[in-house]
Design a protein around this ligand. Structure first.
Ligand SMILES: [Zn+2]
Ligand SMILES: [Zn+2]
Length: 83
């Protein structure tokens, strides 16, 4: 077995092993393959938050960067509520 460690292997929503990527190319588990990041406004400045990839994995980053450098863990702003 080739044990290759990659940060692409975790679901951006729940942190479980990802088996797919969603429309945005983000790794997702089978439970979340059709789930899209919902529109999240920055609690600090109101600009949209986007899921970004950083050196330690995925996180929410504020569109207002660099004026606003708020970031949040993916789980912090992604809940399971259906509208
Ligand atoms: Zn998941
Ligand atoms: Zn912001």
């Amino acid at each position: 077995m080739n044990k290759r460690e990659t940060k692409m292997s975790k679901c951006v929503f729940c942190g479980k092993n990802a088996t797919k990527t969603n429309r945005e190319g983000q790794p997702v588990c089978k439970d979340h393959k059709d789930k899209e990041p919902k529109d999240v406004g920055c609690p600090e400045c109101g600009m949209p938050m986007k899921i970004r990839e950083g050196r330690y994995g995925y996180f929410w980053g504020c569109e207002g960067y660099p004026q606003c450098d708020k970031t949040y863990p993916v789980e912090a702003l992604t809940d399971e509520d259906e509208d």
